[in-house]
Design a protein around this ligand. Structure first.
Ligand code: OOB
Length: 548
């Protein structure tokens, strides 16, 4: 069977490319090498051959095997009728199949939509419908949850999904294992084309999709691997979800594969499991969110596992407190690296040769000389170094627009293409960034992002609710938790009942409000908007330990 390549000139609908002069500049500068993921993996297989690329619970795969398996699976996908640019929602835990599936789709030019294992009906159904996905890839079960039950619901809601492909026991669906076929002739893919979608933490009613190209993503991977000095002896532990931008590319699994190292996949981030892997595989580098860092630090004090192989602990996703940061070197005997990144692009790292106080107190500086960073006031005027302002950025791996989101893109990007990150930062004279807060209407629950409007819409769907506002409340462990203020129509429902209602709507657990406060009316600002600042202050006061 022959399938023609998508002509390079045919733009992908809903994708905002970089303007031609920028694209040219990024190619000239050697950032965009004109290489696709398929070619990249093939080149790694040629170079690193029988070295181990991936270690999972049940399987170890060499570079050559990964390359071959990706081609065989791509042939299987093609046999099912999956075509270049078709969208496929991929929701897999940290298993070897995650990489086989992604690389097979890359090779075919089909586009993975990288969902997280925590997502449930509400999110997955939306991704499938919005992207008109033709297939949905899951594991049979993970963490006590049966994804096949979820898939049955998705099939009923998203008619474009023709195939549910299962890693493990397929039940009523199709076993992934049966699809690895004879390698077939595959269509050409184009390096400047979209390769896959990341998901935005978001601040709007529905999650936004982030189109990343082969060229831009591979640049961020290569440059990150270099900053982190990865080489063929690097062993990376993927403890956080493999699909997240941090774990995947900062430098993450792909960075380690770029360097010829080994990626170890932990099903769970708990110290029990992660420490076992660190000892067994002599892990040299891993990445965690701040609450997990705190848990690991506690557990490391009296662990029986040998963690001495660890050379670099990366912490990012939400703000790391200086107190926790200071304990890393003493406890693990390794270097701490702060990582401040976003699925939309820009990633900042503290560097190995940064002074200790910079590593402890800043969130790093950008990957690239061509990452343009502006810190501005409410009127988009640049503020002085050292002053807090909104972070705007543009560069060789930061998107120019969300997928199919014309109206939102007008607000989320400046006219000249800077992405409005929604983060409030301060720039130090050395060019490092310190995250001081957030202007976007989002809760950062220990690295997991919750868009306030999305949850408010769900709460408002409850028949007894007249108004709702979700805000962050401080939390010693997670940094923030979520609190929803609810105005009832008449008799307020029981908090338990609201929670059950939200669960029944198929929301990911981390999005279920941690606390519900009933209130007579939402406070308003002088222009009539909900005064979330007042709500945040009120709840912070209410939960503050007394007598302080
Ligand atoms: C990472 O990516 P996302 O897309 O889940 O979230 C991005 C947002 C940032 O805009 C910022 O608000 C927050 O997460 N954030 C941090 C942070 N790292 C991310 N806030 C304070 N300190 C940090 N170190 O979270 C992500 C992507 C790639 C690498 C690392 C993290």
């Amino acid at each position: 069977m022959r399938v023609d390549a998508v002509p390079e000139t045919q733009p992908f609908e809903g994708f905002t490319p970089w303007p031609a002069d920028f694209a040219e500049r990024y190619r000239q500068a050697g950032y965009w090498l004109g290489e696709t993921f398929g070619e990249w993996l093939h080149a790694r297989a040629e170079r690193f051959g029988d070295r181990i690329a991936l270690v999972g619970e049940k399987r170890r795969l060499s570079y050559r095997e990964l390359d071959a398996r990706a081609s065989q699976l791509a042939a299987g996908f093609l046999g099912l009728g999956i075509r270049p640019r078709d969208r496929v929602v991929v929701q897999l835990p940290n298993v070897v199949e995650f990489f086989e599936v992604c690389f097979a789709l890359f090779r075919l030019g089909a586009l993975p939509v990288l969902a997280l294992p925590a997502h449930r009906r509400s999110e997955i159904s939306y991704f499938c419908q919005f992207t008109e996905a033709v297939a949905y890839v899951i594991a049979d079960k993970d963490g006590g949850f049966d994804y096949r039950t979820l898939a049955a619901e998705i099939r009923a809601e998203a008619p474009t999904v023709k195939h549910v492909l299962v890693a493990g026991e397929p039940g009523l669906f199709t076993a992934l294992e049966g699809l690895y076929g004879e390698s077939a002739a595959l269509p050409e893919t184009t390096p400047g084309d979209v390769a896959f979608f990341q998901l935005s933490g978001g601040s709007t009613g529905v999650p936004k999709l982030i189109p990343r190209t082969h060229d831009d993503y591979l640049y961020s991977v290569r440059a990150s691997a270099e900053i982190c000095a990865l080489d063929a002896d690097s062993v990376y532990l993927a403890a956080l979800p493999a699909a997240h931008n941090f774990t995947l590319s900062s430098p993450g699994s792909l960075g380690v594969l770029d360097a010829g190292g080994r990626v170890v996949l932990s099903r769970r981030p708990s110290p029990d499991e992660a420490f076992l892997w660190i000892e067994k595989e002599r892990v040299t580098v891993t990445s965690v969110v701040p609450p997990l860092c705190a848990v690991w630090l506690e557990a490391a004090r009296n662990t029986r596992h040998d963690l001495s192989s660890l050379r670099l602990l990366q912490v990012g996703g939400s703000k790391l407190s200086a107190e926790v940061a200071r304990r890393v070197r003493g406890t693990f005997g390794c270097t701490l690296q702060q990582v401040f990144g976003m699925a939309e692009g820009l990633v900042n790292y503290t560097r190995f040769d940064d002074p200790e106080d910079v590593i402890i107190e800043t969130q790093g500086r950008p990957i690239s000389r061509d990452d343009e960073v502006r810190v501005v006031d409410d009127d988009d005027r640049d503020v002085e170094v050292g002053e807090v302002g909104h972070l705007l950025t543009r560069g060789p791996y930061t998107i120019r627009g969300y997928y199919k989101a014309t109206a939102h893109n007008e607000k989320a990007f400046t006219r000249d293409g800077f992405y409005r990150t929604g983060d409030l930062v301060r720039r130090t004279p050395s060019g490092h960034l310190v995250v001081e807060g957030r202007a976007k209407d989002q809760i950062n629950r220990g690295g997991e992002k919750i868009a306030a409007e999305e949850i408010e819409n769900h709460v408002l769907a409850h028949p007894a609710v007249r108004d709702a506002a979700l805000v962050a409340m401080p939390d010693a462990f997670l940094g923030e938790r979520s609190c929803v203020f609810v105005v009832a129509r008449e008799q307020p429902p029981a908090a338990r009942e609201v929670t059950a209602f939200l669960r029944a709507r198929g929301l990911a657990s981390y999005k279920i409000p941690d606390r519900i406060e009933f209130i007579d009316d939402l406070p308003k600002t002088s222009v009539g908007k909900v005064d979330k600042k007042a709500l945040r202050r009120w709840i912070a006061d209410k939960i503050a330990p007394k007598g302080q």
